[in-house]
Design a protein around this ligand. Sequence first.
Ligand SMILES: [Zn+2]
Length: 338
Amino acid sequence: MPARAALPTCEFRPPTASVKCQKTSEANTLNAVLAALNEPGRAPAACPNCGGRRLQRWGFSGGVQRYRCVGCGRCCNPLTGTPLARLRRRDLWLDHARALDDGSSIRAAGRRLGLHRNTTFRWRHRWLRRPGEQQDSRFRGIVEAGLVSFHDVRTHHGAKRQTWRRVAIVRPRTDEPGSPEKPAMTARPSVSVLVVRDRRGAMLDHVLGAMEHEATNATRMARALAPVLGPDRIMLCSDGSPLIDGVARELAIPFHALSSVPGSRHFEQYLVRGFERRLEGWMRRFRGVSARYLAHYLGWRRVLDRHRSPEASPDWLRLALGPGGLEGSTTMASATVP
Ligand SMILES: [Zn+2]
């Protein structure tokens, strides 16, 4: 029997009626989000179809207040424009959040939810869109930056089979004396990801591009680092990558090339390499992911890393809605009640 049967059940009704949910924190979270979406005075800023600002309340759909544009007659709701827009079966959203928590594969999550794997795939990447985009913007103190390389990655311009090519992590070379020789990089396409961490928990991952395109990667890296790192009070510890060192010089960020300092074990990149090890072990279950969605998986892993204690379960629903979801809605100044 799928796990779905053991999960709390919810009935979604207009907020005038009490929502019957078991008293679990997840159910309360879902109710709180729906209640926040339905707060009086909260509505889409404008009609997504014509931009009109005269919106009327127009009943409820799936427990969410619906609005009708006076100008064009089209309906929208506070989820319109968010990644969760037009996703049905809100009664399964809690289950889906748990599947994300557990890092379930597409098929396992599909069995759990009772949904087709294609639907589960679509849900996963809708929910992960915002976490994949959200990066920390303030780094302080000693900042570690390193490159994680994924090989056998193909861009997928319409080639369906290529979207499922395996993405695997290539271990970086190590300078440890006596360590076994690492396999040489192959000529297969590879993608580099810039991983930045500081010791206060700030995280940033940026998918660069094919490893051999160093000039392009340097430009992308500079664009990613410039807004978050500055020459004042920042020590950027790189793993000796000439690419990172070059960009740090270009941006005038004080940096420390770890591999060039013999015996500097206390400066080991334990944040970046710890993330890499967790990522490698965790992604193995997916049996290969598409390069197109690599940023989503990195964001997913960042969320799990931020909530590593058992009692601090991530609020996936709010994360999926993103800062433009709940907080981005504006007061309905011109709305009228029919
Ligand atoms: Zn309209």
